[in-house]
Design a protein around this ligand. Structure first.
Ligand SMILES: [Mg+2]
Length: 217
């Protein structure tokens, strides 16, 4: 058996990691690209997937730089998202996993490209807010990755060397580099995709698998 990873904090991505929201988000993200830009399903799906993990405004700006429809597309996506994001379920083992991590006295955070008030409300509705030391969401200029990790370190005295970031997108892995250790979770991307990006650490299929590979510091 391999040695367990010692950690004092775990930061979870939200969409596709804790919440089973990626099928919904990909559907509206692709649909919006097809509506506002001259792209077919295949191309929109590829453009969506290659930038997934980033806020939609970045996905659009990266794919269609300077396009006159960008503002309207972003606005429409965010409207479609807020209409139905609260119905998107958590993966079935999330509550149990969070509870166990709390029992182990590991600090638990969320770092997401979804707007802060939306994720805060999502967990408040499910009476799960107290599972987290802090829920850190997106606002322009304050993103998942460097900004969020440095904020968590400064605000909570967390050592990033002792922190794991768990995420489902290749962008999550990219943004963890140089800050904290990464655990990939399969969904939109498979283990081989993470490996191709250079990730050598764990890749899991569901969050509860974390419990077998970590131990509190
Ligand atoms: Mg995600």
């Amino acid at each position: 058996m391999t040695k367990k990873i010692q950690c004092s904090a775990i930061i979870f991505d939200f969409d596709g990691t804790l919440a089973d929201s990626m099928p919904f988000l990909a559907t509206i993200g692709i649909q919006t690209m097809m509506k506002y830009y001259d792209v077919d399903y295949e191309e929109a799906a590829e453009r969506y997937k290659s930038t997934t993990g980033l806020p939609y405004e970045h996905q659009v700006n990266l794919n269609f730089p300077g396009h006159e429809q960008n503002e309207r597309a972003i606005e429409e996506f965010e409207k479609l998202k807020i209409d139905r994001i609260f119905e998107q379920r958590l993966f079935p083992d999330v509550v149990e996993t969070l509870t166990k991590l709390n029992d182990m006295r590991i600090s638990v955070f969320v770092s997401s490209s979804t707007y802060q008030p939306i994720i805060a409300e999502y967990f408040a509705k499910r009476e799960l807010s107290t599972c987290f030391t802090e829920i850190v969401g997106y606002r322009p200029g304050f993103e998942k990755g460097k900004h969020h990790f440095e904020h968590i370190k400064a605000e909570h005295g967390i050592r990033l060397d002792d922190t794991l970031f768990v995420g489902d997108s290749l962008k999550d892995y990219e943004r963890s580099k140089g800050y904290c250790r990464f655990v990939g979770i399969e969904g939109m991307f498979k283990e081989e995709n993470f490996r191709r990006e250079g990730h050598e650490g764990p890749v899991i299929q569901q969050v509860s698998e974390l419990l077998a590979i970590i131990e509190p510091l």
